[in-house]
Write a protein of this length. Sequence first.
Length: 362
Amino acid sequence: MSDDDYAPRHRVDSARPSRLRTLADFYPDGILGASREGVVTILNAQGAALLGVDAEQALGLPLPDVLRLLDQDGRTWLDVNRPFDAISITRGAPEQAWLNASGDEVLTTARLVREEPFGRIVGIAIGLRSGRGRARLDRERSDLVATVAHELRSPLTGVKGFVQALLNRWDKLSDDQRKLMLTTVNADADRLSRLIAELLDVARIDTGRLQLYPREVSAEVLVRRVVDSIEAGTARGISLEVEPDLPEVFADPDKFTQVVTNLVENAVRHGLGQVRVRLARSEDLDGVRITVDDEGDGIPVELRRRVFTKFWTTGDSGGSGLGMYIVGGLSRAHGGWVTIDDAPGGGARVMVDWPREDLRPE
């Protein structure tokens, strides 16, 4: 915008809005401009909606009559920022939260327009946007804290209880009782370690800081280890079928193992009956397809996209709600993908197509 755009306008032709105003209406956020004299020179439709005024009628009005935003103490935006009294090195105002006449949160940023660097202020440009997006992020953070607190509380309570019992009744407990308590404490500690590792992985996936150390590995060897380990700790039957002459996959072995572990444990926790794991050549990708079937109720089509969101859980089987989110993130980080379908005999089918070459996104 030029300095002329902030010059006072005492007469505005509302029937023929300026080209500048027309373009400003296409901007997704609110735009408010005022002259040095404090007269509104431009206000787009988004800004008018946030301020609760008519965009055409606002042109030419004093800025205090249009920028009716208050803080929690009832002070106005102009009272707090005093833009026209700013010193020469001030360039604007950072993002601030305010309340409009309807009580909704409005976020503002401001830029002072000067004739030259450190020169006289000739106008002010103010950006406005709804605070609903920030409120949603705040709710998501609150949900994260609540979920983490809930998941940490249960194993910590167990650890605390058993350790306290051992300290108070050590001489009265038999060796078998002590061993049982220590085994339970160890299991709870493993659960805590895994939850913390999952949270770190989620943070790295979200920020693009996931570190991978991929190489050519045997999918059969890694998957068989996972199946044998999980089968030893559950009464559910788990079968493994491997198609002959499978190619090796290009994967970080630890991350690949984590993906398969999450898939199989998810089927054991949320499914019913036999869990079937199958390795075959991928029809859609030059690599290997990992298929995990269960005999439960399956996953409705309308919920399949939500399965890969953070902290999404269903039923009473518990879990942090991070397993499938991590499966999707780690698979994509290697150039693969995840698909959910119905198992042939009922239940859920989750398929991961994993490449045999380095297809990591740049």
